[in-house]
Design a protein around this ligand. Structure first.
Ligand code: ATP
Ligand code: MG
Length: 434
């Protein structure tokens, strides 16, 4: 990658006023500069401000090493192994301070895997070198909050104006170095409404298998960023467009053609609900989202197990375990989530017991509300479940539930309720049908 001439964009051109910036990030930069170091606000926050969006956090890049940052901010914490950086707290706000990175030493096994993947990224470098090791041009703009200037070595300012998402350097090499960039590309397209530059988009589909080399725990973090930041609907569309869904969720594999998974109406609605909940600052849990994503393979496995003579309840438990075990090979799922996902699934047949002791104990389950919300989603695909939904909507009125709140679909409108009451409750085969 040839470093372009440093282009300086003055404040009168880019228009980000000092007052718009997080004071604490500015303060961190000022302290570092006062000690003679170079320091800038960089990455997503500069990009978001230029796009007129509110940054969710601020990153600072500096030529001070983590140890030197520690001398400037003695109470900061040095974190990370793969990517070492300093966490500086200013009046409760966390600012991530990273040292400029330089190019990797290619023949050093410790840093680079044979397939081109970068394992550790702790070689210090200059400002220019730090710019070109970043992923996309629009993520490599350096803002000096004291002078107001933005420094751009990679044409990011122009790309941003044109709403282009472009990898810095040779796209194939950059995806190979860190295949998570494939997912980051999809995430930024969904989140920012930008379009991929042609050369950045071209290799994606052929490179998707490389995601399998990423440690499952890191992929789980990415899944959370993909689906739990308010753009789940667009993210899923984008993952589908770039045929990334199947690689990320191998258990969906049989359900689609040409690398695309089949997105069920239930999944779509779950994504919509998640985005809606985030937009009004309601909590969301990956456990519920995962339950919606993998319900179809679970159901199909249940059907196969029932064929072999297994009872529905036992089949559901076994199918849940099998599907989760298969998926965690690719994306880890911390147990605190997978346990809840499983509970949501195995509670489904219990909704068919609408009276007596069993019904009462179901209402007292800690995950009742999540399982009920899941039942509402299932009714999108199986009308026969609607009377059951209405029954349980009524049944929980006045009952103190044992649980928090998850995704829900608003089914409390009168028109629906009247129609269902007339139809009455009918028992439909539970999991294997929907
Ligand atoms: P978000 O709004 O999701 O936080 P972001 O651009 O700030 O977007 P972060 O994951 O917070 O993304 O990373 C901060 C910056 O670090 C990025 O803007 C980019 O410059 C750099 N970066 C992050 N991940 C990578 C990566 N995998 N490869 C290269 N550079 C990266
Ligand atoms: Mg960020």
């Amino acid at each position: 990658m040839i470093i372009k001439k440093n282009i300086v964009i003055p404040v009168k051109e880019h228009g980000i006023a000092v007052q718009q910036l997080c004071q604490h990030a500015t303060e961190v930069v000022r302290c570092l500069q006062d000690e003679g170091y170079e320091a800038y606000i960089v990455g997503g926050s500069v990009r978001d401000l230029l796009m007129g969006k509110q940054p969710k956090d601020y990153d600072v890049a500096t030529d001070a090493t983590p140890a030197e940052v520690k001398t400037v901010f003695p109470r900061c914490r040095l974190i990370g192994r793969r990517f070492r950086l300093a966490h500086v707290r200013m009046n409760g706000t966390l600012i991530e301070v990273a040292t400029f990175r330089g190019p990797q030493v290619n023949d050093d096994d410790d840093h680079q895997h044979q397939d081109g993947r970068i394992l550790r990224d702790n070689v210090w470098g200059s400002l220019e070198e730090d710019a070109v090791r970043r992923d996309f041009t629009i993520n490599a703009l350096f803002l000096d909050p004291i002078t107001g200037d933005i420094k751009d070595f990679v044409g990011g300012y122009k790309d941003l104006a044109e709403r282009k998402l472009r990898l810095i350097g040779d796209a194939r090499v950059r995806y190979r170095e860190d295949p998570v960039r494939l997912l980051r590309a999809a995430r930024f397209v969904a989140k920012l409404g930008v379009e991929l530059a042609e050369e950045t988009a071209a290799p994606i589909i052929e490179m998707t298998p490389m995601l399998a080399e990423i440690p499952p725990a890191r992929l789980f973090e990415e899944v959370c960023k993909l689906f739990m930041t308010g753009h789940a609907v667009r993210t899923l569309e984008t993952l589908q467009r770039f045929q990334l869904t199947n690689t990320l969720f191998p258990v969906l594999k049989e359900h689609g053609k040409g690398g695309k998974a089949t997105i069920s109406p239930l999944m779509n609605q779950a994504m919509k609900n998640t985005d809606l909940r985030i937009s009004v600052q309601k909590p969301v849990t990956p456990a519920f989202l995962l339950a919606t994503l993998f319900w179809r393979p679970v159901r199909e496995r249940v059907a196969a197990l029932i064929e072999t003579g297994m009872h529905e309840f036992a089949a559901l438990g076994q199918a849940a375990d099998e599907i989760l075990a298969a998926q965690v090979q690719r994306t880890a799922i911390p147990r605190r989530f997978s346990v809840v996902t499983r509970q949501i699934w195995v509670m489904q047949p219990r909704f068919h017991f609408t009276s007596g002791r069993k019904a009462k104990s179901l209402l007292q389950e800690r995950r009742f509300r999540a399982a009920y919300d899941f039942l509402l989603l299932r009714a999108i695909e199986d009308e026969a479940l609607e009377p059951l939904c209405d029954h349980w909507t009524e049944a929980q009125k006045g009952v103190k539930l044992n649980t928090g709140h998850y995704n829900s679909r608003n089914r409390h409108d009168k028109k629906h309720r009247g129609r269902h009451r007339r139809r009455g409750l009918r028992r439909s085969s539970s999991v294997s049908k929907n």
